[in-house]
Design a protein around this ligand. Structure first.
Ligand code: G
Ligand code: G
Ligand code: MN
Ligand code: NA
Length: 254
């Protein structure tokens, strides 16, 4: 049985689940939100990472079904997390290129918000530069409609794609996520330090928030905080975890 056939069955069997990685304030380390990361709990293969199955789902179109499920589950989960924290947290959901281009995308988004009762302002959609650049005119239409719903847009893996900086001022974008490749060798790497400083400067002048991804050491966190990076996400402040563990983390984070 191919991985593709197994995925159809897995959707029916409910083998896909979401993990949640904290996004924290770099200064206070208070949890502001979570990124959802999909997992496949296969009965014999164990946990299958998204790097194995997302590209297949993107090719065969199953990503639309999986993505719709993930968006709804994430919007429902953020209510519980916010109740535990006693404040409004946000949920950040990865949207693949094919999902973003789907005719049904806005309907799927509205359904997730309406079904969960979660306001759009608690939702962040992560897209890559590539997703924007395939069809910038279409992208602009979708982004404007998301802004109407107060859902924010984050550019994921920022700095690694092919894109024009012009889209940052033309489109309603709220967040830049610095790819972990630029964080890994901080603070020693002068080149990566220069890139991070440039992104932070750009974000400041364009009034965008920045999340540094892949922060693993205290030195990286301190370096970023001192240069005005407000938010971090990485193994130092929390690995991807089940909803159950995330609730425990929130209880300890108050
Ligand atoms: O958790 P992990 O490091 O294995 O995730 C690897 C990548 O898989 C992420 O960077 C992300 O691009 C992708 N991914 C994880 N969850 C989802 C999801 O729910 N939807 C989409 N489209 N991609 C996801
Ligand atoms: O592509 P995207 O940025 O959406 O996915 C984030 C990926 O980065 C996830 O697969 C997650 O498991 C991984 N990740 C999160 N924090 C760290 C970290 O501190 N170090 C490393 N190496 N990977 C991380
Ligand atoms: Mn992401
Ligand atoms: Na990323």
């Amino acid at each position: 049985i191919s991985l593709e056939a197994a995925m159809f069955q897995a959707i029916r069997e409910g083998e896909f689940l979401l993990y949640y990685q904290p996004i924290v304030n770099a200064r206070t380390r208070i949890i502001e939100g979570f990124e959802t990361l999909m997992r496949w709990k296969h009965p014999t293969l164990g946990m299958v990472p998204p790097a194995r199955f997302v590209p297949i789902a993107e090719t065969n179109g199953l990503i639309n079904m999986l993505g719709a499920w993930a968006l709804k589950a994430a919007c429902m989960q953020i209510r519980q997390f916010s109740e535990v924290a006693k404040r409004e947290l946000y949920i950040s959901v990865n949207i693949s290129p094919r999902q973003f281009r789907s005719d049904r995308f806005l309907a799927v988004l509205d359904d997730a918000l309406a079904f969960s009762g979660t306001p759009g302002r608690q939702l962040v959609l992560e897209i890559t530069e590539g997703t924007l650049m395939v069809d910038p005119a279409h992208a602009e239409t979708i982004l404007v409609k998301m802004a109407e719903r107060e859902a924010r847009i984050a550019i994921d893996d920022f700095g690694t794609g092919y894109s024009s900086l012009a889209y940052l001022s033309r489109f309603p974008i709220s967040v830049l996520k610095i790819d972990r490749a630029f964080i890994r060798d901080l603070p020693q790497s002068e080149k990566d330090a220069a890139i991070c400083n440039a992104v932070l400067g750009l974000a400041k002048h364009l009034d965008l928030s920045v999340v540094a991804e892949g922060v693993e050491t205290e030195q990286q966190l301190e370096w970023l905080d001192q240069r005005g990076c407000q938010y971090v996400q990485g193994y130092l402040t929390g690995k991807p975890m089940s909803a159950h563990v995330a609730v425990a983390a929130l209880n300890e984070n108050l």
